[in-house]
Write a protein that binds this ligand. Sequence first.
Ligand code: ZN
Length: 125
Amino acid sequence: MLIEEHFPRNRRTLKEGRHNMYCNACGKAIAEDDRVCSRCGKMVGIPPTPKKLIRSRAERKIAGVCAGLAEYFELDVLLVRILCVFITLASGVCPGVVTYLLAWIIVPSEPELKMAVAAQQPVTS
Ligand SMILES: [Zn+2]
């Protein structure tokens, strides 16, 4: 049974805000859908992609929470696991286990490899 199906996430509705944007290089006000500043020609409007906490598939032992954390903080998976176990034991087991289960529910799983999907679909040409 997939827990994910009962807890739809990532349904954040993005409100279209009328924010004025300004060129980072010259400070000129630019339109929201502009990609290039009309005055100095610098690329604008492309925010850096924020890092996402996901449960790793490749490195997972139970649900991939520790592996996901390790990936996110660029730490060794083993170190994160040891820390998790230590914190769990030090906190009297229950809080750690509950936190892990909550993370299992809250943190989205890494999407399945597209290659696996592609392999099952015949190429139509
Ligand atoms: Zn500019």
